[in-house]
Design a protein around this ligand. Sequence first.
Ligand code: 4AD
Length: 457
Amino acid sequence: DLSLPKAERIKLDEIDPIKVKLGNGSDVKGTRVRVFGRVHRERRQKEVMFITLRDGYGFMQVIFTGPLAKTYDALTLTRETSMEILGELREVPPGAHAPNNRELHADYFKIYPGWKAAGGDEAITNRVSKDTEHATLLDLRHLTLRGETLSKVMIVRDAIEFAFNFVYKELRMRKVSPPALVQTQVEGGATLFKLPYYNEEAYLTQSSQLYLETCLPSMGDVYCIEKSFRAEKSLTRRHLAEYSHVEAELDFITFDDLLDHLELVMCRVLEVTMADPTVKQYIMDLNPEFKMPDRPFRRMKYSEAIEWLVEHNIPNEDGEPHKFGDDISEAAERKMTDIINRPIFLTHFPVEIKAFYMQKDKEDPRVTESVDCLMPGVGEIVGGSMRMDDYDELMAAFRREDIDPTAYYWYTDQRKYGSSPHGGYGLGFERFLAWLCKQHTIRDCCLYPRYFGRCKP
Ligand code: 4AD
């Protein structure tokens, strides 16, 4: 009971010390605590044993001295063993280092039956080490997730997801949950996962966009954070078969409104995420050079990007100078982003290389009101656009792409019953995380990655 006077509190703590998570608790001399966690690391120095305990909330250095260090359980302690430890938290002596600058001087510990981690050949250090093959590490993902890097990335991931929800609430946007099993495509037939659905055929959704659009008339601006699925057949460091997709749709807006909103959301999400000191520390551990992106983001039209690529001798996929109409390859896009080295809104892509639903630019109907947001190190992390809002034009777009509009009746109906200028975007959550946490591949930005050739564990 924290309302008790301090002297009373300490007396109580001696009988039943407060149970704390490893990231919490005071280091005021004399504070007794009871902690639970797993052995992350352990080492002996003469008569003293140092244990780094981990519980998902933080790390704590624990010190066993005297008879405690000589007990059977202490002498045979294996990494990952779960323990209960009681003791006194103290500031580390000058010159010494420990997480949160403090250490737990243990006077009691207990390893309950079943809590001991395997040792010998089965010891975790023999199964997962620096020399373990990459594929084996992926098979052992449930164990590698306990490592410092992956666990920090996953904790940052949680914070970012919270921040998106928080920021969308600040913007008075409503969250919806569209279906994953669908019978329409959004981003091209080549990456559709097909599956039998009772007596019909269905797909795993590539994007919730079309469904979000149907929510505008009843709910106003909406967003979702759902899984999207793409049967990508190439192995790249930024393509998954199943990824988390942050998607939003905004009603009665202009293309400029869409870009301003996107910049605001991304920067505000970073601010909210960084406001948590633990998360901020983890981000700085993973990406020491991170600094908040400068606003406004650089805005660059596709046609300017083509000129830039020609000027910088970065060839297209055929090894020739880029020309208007070319798809900018992943490699070229990344080179450009890394050289410019700040977030870029690449806009106004040609109609032919973009999705059927994108609104054309009134001033230049060769191009669409579309945007990709590119980040140094990763490349494209967001794709968005204004949506075609005219019924006839949309039907013509279906014909142009050779898509049968019948299955899309619920989508095209939106243009029959109160159409509106609207637009939205999808942000690849793992790509955003890879950029923020400086991870080489987005595979390390989700728990159990799914991609060509891997669907386990
Ligand atoms: O550019 P995409 O394909 O756009 C859409 O799906 C739109 N319908 C979204 C919308 O407007 N609501 O995908 C959007 C983003 C990409 O910028 C990328 O970050 C991510 O989704 N993405 C992937 N992330 C991981 N693995 C993949 N295979 C991805 N494909 C796209």
